[in-house]
Design a protein around this ligand. Structure first.
Ligand code: GLN
Length: 525
């Protein structure tokens, strides 16, 4: 059975993830491919529709990303967005040039609502524009179906039977009032997709694809206990059971109880029928980290040691056929692989293939999912909520939440303080929600405790103390690229302060970090 697929062809725009997302919200499955993808491959995928994304270039520039006119002759509907719209017009004989007035931001637009693309939306509404170039002359056979004060071709459709559409604005962005409806119209009415795709069909499809690919082969997964690798483990467990071995390296820098929780879920509980190996490498890590204070060196040591431990375990298992990685869509985009947008950061999940494990191929079944889609899949696969909704946690773990050198004692302090802090913040959030029926306006997206390397004088039970200061941090952020400190109510902070000092030996001060990002980072090192 062929599943209905819309292809999103990536020209490097900023909002491309959102395009994919809106299509999926119309219950239609979609995948993103580079504009470099071969036309034969595109045809072979038999898409129900194609969307060309925006992009930073100008279509008339030498070397700008392009496509051939065959793309518009496949027979399925094609929708160009912004750069994609300009490209469609340009390739089919229209003119694109620098706009006399560039449009950026919310723009009032008139729509021809007799066109199916705009069926059911008002004749006037606000759209999000972001362009320097414009379509000054449409390609033969096209007519304008939307305009703004400065843009005669805010959208175009053909006058003939060819199912081609071009939109200068960004329907994928929430600022476009009826953007969701427009993309729904395209996916469901124009491409005629039935809208029967659901997250559970992702799980079902992924399971059958994994089975087909892996066959009788053996798969190895480095399970970190984070959301992505846990969901991947659960998915592979359902698909291939004991053909999977999960190696979980406990580096002793995890949050309190986390190692045992991971072992319970994937090992002891028997909930997932896989080979589970926990490597207790705590002492080994503390040994390597002893006396090391420089953050980048700590990161390096933790990363290298991971490879070494994992390699030793992999050797015991012998040759495997596949190495599974929990790469998710934002990793692909941020690393500048697969997608076309500018490289934002390199990520440990993607890129250089590990050469320390003997395997034939990498599999990355979560590669096309967004974080919240990964979470949904996790719940469906039977993972507990606390795991699926875990906060982001850095690979080097508490190693970079302890300023200065790392010792077992400091790890214990930061684990216990962090546990209390999260417990109190969670309690206050739950109370607020119960009382007001909505989330607290100060609800942080990430909150954790860290250990400053500072000791100071205090007094407890009439005795002088000389103990550590714990730092508690809470940030509100949308994309984790910028952030501001969350306004945790003072009474909550006070409760945290007294509990941490009473319950965690070695601490006599609690500080709140109110630094935003920039200039700070979310993590402390
Ligand atoms: N670079 C093109 C322009 O400036 C397209 C912009 C876009 O796709 N957002 O018009």
């Amino acid at each position: 059975m062929d599943k209905e697929l819309i292809l999103v062809i990536d020209f490097g725009g900023q909002y491309n993830q959102l395009v994919a997302r809106r299509v999926r919200e119309s219950n239609v499955y979609c995948e993103i491919y580079s504009y470099r993808t071969d036309i034969a491959k595109i045809r072979a995928m038999n898409p129900k529709g194609i969307i060309l994304t925006g992009g930073p270039n100008s279509v008339y520039e030498e070397g700008a990303p392009t496509c051939t006119k065959e793309l518009f002759e496949i027979g399925c509907p094609v929708l160009g967005l912004c750069y994609g719209a300009q490209l469609m017009q340009f390739v089919l004989g229209g003119t694109v040039e620098k706009a006399p007035v560039r449009e950026y931001g919310k723009t009032a637009t008139n729509f021809d609502t007799t066109n199916e693309l705009f069926a059911g939306i008002p004749e006037q509404s606000i759209v999000w524009m972001s362009h320097n170039d414009y379509i000054s002359k449409s390609a033969p056979g096209f007519k304008s179906i939307a305009n703004t004060a400065d843009c005669p071709y805010a959208a175009l459709a053909t006058e003939d039977e060819r199912p081609l559409y071009a939109i200068q604005f960004h329907p994928e962005v929430l600022h476009t009032e009826y953007g969701k409806e427009i993309l729904f119209n395209f996916a469901r009415k124009i491409c005629n997709c039935s809208g029967d795709w659901r997250m559970d069909s992702f799980v079902e499809n992924a399971i059958s694809e994994i089975r087909a690919k892996v066959g009788e082969g053996k798969v190895l997964l480095a399970l970190s206990g984070g959301v992505d690798s846990s969901v991947l483990a659960a998915l592979l467990a359902k698909a291939i059971g004991k053909q999977l071995t999960c190696v979980f390296v406990d580096h002793g820098l995890l949050r309190k109880n986390e190692g045992d929780e991971v072992e319970e879920i994937f090992g002891k509980s028997g909930r997932f029928d896989v080979n589970f190996v926990r490597v207790n490498a705590q002492e080994r890590y503390y040994g390597k980290l002893a006396g090391v204070t420089e953050p980048e060196r700590k990161r390096k040591i933790i990363g290298e040691e991971f490879i070494r431990v994992f390699e030793e375990e992999a050797k015991k298992i012998g040759t495997v056929d596949f190495l599974a990685q929990g790469t998710i869509y934002p990793d692909v985009v941020e690393s500048g692989l697969g997608g076309e947008s500018a490289v934002i950061k390199s990520h440990h999940n993607v890129g250089g293939l590990p050469d320390y494990v003997d395997f034939k191929e990498i599999i990355e079944p979560l590669r096309n999912l967004f974080k919240d889609e990964v979470r949904k899949a996790g719940l469906e696969l039977g993972l507990p909520e606390f795991l699926v909704y875990r906060q982001p946690f850095p690979g080097p773990g508490l190693g970079i939440r302890i300023i200065g050198d790392v010792t077992a004692e400091k790890v214990r302090i930061v684990q216990d303080a962090d546990y209390i802090y999260r417990e109190e913040v969670d309690r206050a959030l739950a109370e607020y929600k119960k009382e007001h029926g909505e989330d607290a306006p100060w609800m942080p997206n990430q909150y954790f405790a860290a250990l400053s390397n500072m000791r100071s004088v205090g007094v407890m039970g009439d005795e002088r103390t000389y103990d550590y200061a714990v730092v508690v941090r809470a940030v509100r952020t949308i994309d984790f690229m910028t952030a501001e400190a969350a306004q945790i109510p003072f009474n909550v902070l006070q409760t945290v302060m007294s509990r941490v000092i009473n319950e965690v030996p070695g601490v006599n001060r609690v500080l709140f970090d109110c630094t935003s990002k920039p200039p700070g980072t979310i993590e402390l090192e």
